[in-house]
Design a protein around this ligand. Sequence first.
Ligand code: FAD
Length: 861
Amino acid sequence: MKSHAKAVVIGGGVVGCSVLYHLAKAGWTDILLIERSELTSGSSWHAAGGFHTLNGDPNVAKLQAYTVQLYKEIEEISGQSCSLHLTGGVMMADTPERMDFLRLAHAKGRYLGMDTELITPSEAKAMFPLMDETNFVGAMWDPVEGHLDPSGTTHAYAKAARKLGAEIVLRNRVVELTQEVDGTWNVVTEQGTVKAEHVVNCGGLWAREIGRMVGVELPVLAMEHMYLLTEPMPEVEEFNKSTGREMIGVLDFKGEIYTRQERNGILLGTYEKACKPWSPVNTPWDFGHELLQPDIDRIAPSLEIGFKHFPGIEKAGIKQIINGPFTFALDGNPLVGPVQGLTNFWCACAVMAGFSQGGGVGLALSNWMVHGDPGFDVWGMDVARFGEWATLRYTNAKVRENYSRRFSIRFPNEELPAARPAQTTPLYDTMLANNAVMGDSWGLETPLWFAPKGSEPKDIVSFHRSNDFGPIGEEVRATRERVGVTEIANFAKYEVSGPGAEDFLNRLMTNRMPKTGRIVLTPMLNEFGRLIGDFTIAKAGEERFMIWGSSAAQKYQMRWFEKHLPKDGPRASEVRIHRFDQTLVGLSIAGPKSRDLLQKLVDVDISTKAFRFMDFREMAVGGAPCMVNRITYTGDLGYEIWMAPAYQRLVYKAIKEAGEEFGLIDFGMRALLSMRLEKNFPTWFRELRPIYGPFEGSMDRFIKLEKNDFIGREAAAREQAAGPKLRRVSFIVDAADADVMGDEPIWAKVGGKDYGTVEKPHGYGAPRFDAGGKEVRGSSAAEGASAVRGIVDGDWRVVGWVTSGGYAHYVEKSMAQGYVPAALAENESAGLFEIEILGHRRPARINVEPPFDPSGEKMRT
Ligand SMILES: Cc1cc2nc3c(=O)[nH]c(=O)nc-3n(C[C@H](O)[C@H](O)[C@H](O)COP(=O)(O)OP(=O)(O)OC[C@H]3O[C@@H](n4cnc5c(N)ncnc54)[C@H](O)[C@@H]3O)c2cc1C
């Protein structure tokens, strides 16, 4: 074994081998994979080997499509067969709601280039005759589904990586990881120590233990999983003979089961409700190529539904039941990327569908390690998406919930109950007493809306407008016409201080830093000129800045801040950064009476001139020391008031008492989001994401190219000079009883005209630039997978996609935001656009100016 390597990959399952292959392919050949036992000694060897492209997150779905497409490539390079069976598959809906879900998935697939089709149960039965089609109302066909040989596939990755120069060491456990002051990792193994620049945790079932070697508790848990194999079935053989085809894969939402042909019989797997974690605290190092004891009682309820829906299978004899463990993160998607707080320690773990996702994970991670950027929108699987609140027990509760609902529909207004409440603010009980319906905002209980007194504070989950519609309308109208108060503890909050603070922020942010006592809004870009942050920044003192952003992005953005902190030399101590998390909480008051209300609570003059729009001031509010921003996300006259948690109850009580004479109302997050819609304000992770440039995102006025050399400036200048290909726009939609949710296709009546690309930009094979500033794309395989078909229907064509939307209650309009080709972005003509909602195309019209207070006069008064 070599003593030095550029990178050491720990773990020889399908994911580790894919990471190794992609690193080697990207040109890093001085790399080493270390495997405790033989390749596939974790979950990989006993997988059912199924693969598919569909995923709730369209960006993860794209990476799955890439994975499936990659198998031919690794077979060719390695000479090792993956035994690929591309059979295609169907998802079966047994209720109208599940059919709505399939319509949504099908619509999303339109701009992702997926060839899905909505079909009847009888059509599905023709491809899988063992089902009783009367149990279903419809289905969706996906041609890119099938199964493969898990062991052959893992070895194909490994052989291909070896051919490209990578090394693999077997039967050698990594026992310790330490880091030198210069950042070099000591990878201590049973056979000696390897010095490495980078370490990748692909430990699968032991990923948690490897995390612990560097002091990190990764939110990952193994679950027992069972599938059964039947004896050969004459019906299967007969079908194969008469059609010349294999039976397809079938996913049954109701039973939380999947089934497909395996040899001459059937394989049927379950995600049972009574699911069971495996080794919930520690994974034994001596666990190897063994299976767990099957527990038929546990899966009996799923089997009962399965046999009812697929009576053809019930008759068959069961040959074997496989029970094996594999790992999950809280939401079922992988944990990929650099771990915040560490240097050059990377993760590619919690990959629960290694044969659907392993290739995409390997590609994204290798891009990230080699080029400094994953190259795709990988937020859906970024290891930074969970906070410190995702402890061992929290993870256990959430993973069990996720497993048992693996194929269940998650409605857009559905909050999941497991592991809640976790974090609460001091106002939690008060909010419950006020009849708040609470939601989980990055682990924090946050009021969503307030149910009328006497009614149960509970969402009726639906794809359509629901029981929150009326109360949210009330909250919005009362706020717009009088004054409202809401909790904003769930924002991210940071303080950057020290003599180098301003230079540091000027280097990171696209906008000029404010003068003391003033506020600016500013995006943050990566080197490729892509949006990686959107902040409110106040200059609180000569060397002190307060920053607010999106709560879910806290670790993601801290990772970026830390990466760019001055590291050594005299400047190293000049910048300090502090993330408050829940040690700073907030309340926002908004509406025309908000100034009168606040004036009653403070002893300083806050008249229009004394405390202007976008001013920041520290002042006592209701007797509590607070920081106050004269700005709100409602786009109305209003204030954000920040305080230590110990004061939050005091301030809230004071606001409530003082607000009585003005008709103050409590409003929740959903009303806030409704109000931002009628102001055309974007949201982070919806409208603004790392796949968009700042001009595409219509953030032009916050990009000051002339101010100084900030990160991403050159790329942004190029984008501006060339003109953005796409633009973020707001639409008013002629909706019926359902509003957009996000990811719906936008159609335009363009006739024969070509308004440019319909591809989701850079979601795949993201732009990278060579030394000469020329844009270079990702690997050819990645590019192939990104090819989005132009979807045409007569004169109509899919030209873009929705990012978010909903009902804007004050202006009484259904609204949507999304991206369209720039040439169409200013076109407000009626009859030009349609947006697909739950499978029905609804007329939509671009609205360049926000429908509420277009001049911004109200918030400036
Ligand atoms: C019953 C069952 C059915 C499944 N069906 C499917 C399916 O149909 N489709 C699908 O896509 N997925 C399926 N899966 C899931 C799939 O198996 C996993 O997604 C995949 O195997 C994860 O691969 P991995 O490389 O991340 O982890 P693992 O396969 O667990 O590999 C991790 C490797 O790291 C090594 N390692 C750990 N610690 C160390 C250390 N300290 N030093 C050196 N080496 C170390 C281990 O020995 C192991 O070989 C199934 C799983 C099960 C259990």
